[in-house]
Design a protein around this ligand. Structure first.
Ligand code: NAD
Length: 405
């Protein structure tokens, strides 16, 4: 990453210290993911929505109507704009590399959805493009932005509980029973549960465990005969310092983990009656473009609804250290020691503003962002190892890991 990345900011005249101009961000790919990002562009935020690009005219029209910002039919047109400082890449996984590199070559900072790319060669090209063009590459949509995960890491780093020895991450939801386009259900195109949800779990345990995974043994499977892609996985990660992380994810939609997390889900919203599983009739094939777009539309309509908000969960995360244990509470984290249970509250951390603030702050402070492309690549390396290990029953040694700061 460039040590002095371009800021892309407008210069202001006069002697008084100028107020930093808001970061102007364009969205590449106006689909379901963008519907989660767009609410972060609220009035008074230190960043602005600069426009959106999508190949679908309906998506562009809806975006222009809802946000009154210009739209473009190609990502290249968005990237070429002088009034855009950064581009949030939320196009399909196979296009992340192409679009991130396009943005970097136009001198735009990049925030990229997970997974960073489909293979490690693409990650290398994306990292190189950012470095060569002196822009920042931020791995977006990582659960390590969430306040409770940061709080767990803070307790670990303080050393008060000794070293981490075990991390458990468990999730179970209906990932494979949500409307998905055919490529999202094709592992060769970066589809399936390991590519799409693995990065979240791996980010959480790498962040808490310090980042440096030494080896990975994985078992992934395709238990729903209607979908020829991963719908579940297990993995055992061993860290260089000897700690172990155990990951279990089931996406078939028979049981929702929020039943174990006070009915609080990924966004921190509380399902008052819990989730109703199983869903009937079950989905038996991919969705078409209109069905998928309807999901984005529904999600986009949600922010206005009054809804109870607590801290966001991504399933269960339980951390064992030499002298105590940590897990998430509804409003923060619980720390267990021989003195009993202490709760450390977290007061923020629901939306997707954290990536935008991290990029803005890194530019203002002239430092590199975290998590950057090397982190995203290291997380993808683990996800790929889960699938490779599952194929031949052998564990994989990691070669591209980077430490958590
Ligand atoms: N589905 C989710 O809940 C979710 C949430 C967060 C992140 N993500 C990530 O976001 C990315 C997109 O997933 P999604 O579910 O939003 O998919 P989606 O299909 O809903 O949205 C992708 C959008 O990109 C557009 N697009 C496709 N090719 C394009 C091109 N060449 N140029 C411009 N636009 C193009 C599509 O028309 C679509 O509107 C993936 O990387 C995924 O892992 C998904």
């Amino acid at each position: 990453m460039a040590s002095q990345a371009k800021t892309g900011r407008r210069k202001s005249a006069g002697k008084a210290k100028p107020k930093a101009a808001p970061l102007r961000v364009g969205i590449a790919g106006i689909g379901v993911a963008s519907s989660q990002v767009l609410p972060a562009f609220h009035e008074g935020a230190p960043y602005q929505l600069a426009g959106g690009a999508d190949i679908r005219a309906e998506a562009r029209d809806a975006f222009a109507k809802a946000h009154d910002r210009p739209t473009y039919a190609t990502v290249a047109e968005l990237c070429a704009r002088d009034d855009v400082d950064a581009v949030w890449i939320s196009t399909p996984n196979t296009l992340h590399a192409e679009h991130a590199i396009c943005a970097a070559r136009h001198g735009k900072h990049v925030i990229c959805e997970k997974p960073m790319a489909v293979n490690l060669r693409e990650c290398d090209r994306m990292i190189a493009a950012a470095r060569e063009n002196r822009v920042q590459f931020l791995q977006g949509h990582s659960k390590i932005y969430q306040a409770p995960i940061k709080a767990v890491r803070d307790v670990v780093r303080s050393g008060r509980l000794g070293k981490v020895i075990q991390i458990l991450s468990f999730n179970s939801n209906d990932w494979l029973q949500r409307p998905r386009l055919a490529p999202e259900l094709d592992t060769a195109k970066g589809g399936g549960l390991v590519y799409r949800q693995g990065p979240h779990m791996v980010d959480i345990v790498r962040f808490i465990g310090g980042g440096m995974v030494e080896s990975v043994r994985g078992v992934s499977g395709r238990a729903d005969p209607h979908f020829d892609t991963e719908g579940h996985f297990n993995a055992l990660l061993q860290f260089e310092d000897g700690a172990a992380a155990s990951l279990t994810f089931n996406g078939y939609g028979y049981f929702d983990v929020t039943e174990l997390t006070w009915n609080i889900g990924e966004s921190g919203s509380v399902q008052s009656k819990g989730r109703r599983f199983p869903r009937k009739p079950r989905l038996t094939g991919p969705a078409d473009v209109d069905q998928k777009a309807a999901v984005a539309h529904q999600r986009g309509a949600r922010p206005g609804r009054p809804q109870e908000r607590r801290q966001p969960f991504f399933g269960l995360t339980v951390v064992a250290c030499e002298h105590g244990m940590i897990r998430q509470s509804p409003d923060g984290i619980f720390v267990y020691t021989e003195d009993g249970r202490e709760e450390i509250p977290c007061t923020t951390g629901h939306g997707r503003e954290f990536e935008l603030l991290e990029l803005r702050d890194a530019l203002a402070e002239r430092r590199n962002v975290f998590p950057d492309g090397t982190w995203g690549k290291a997380t993808l390396e683990v996800c790929l190892a889960v699938m490779a290990s599952s194929r031949d029953g052998r564990s994989r040694r990691m070669r591209h890991q980077v430490p958590a700061p």
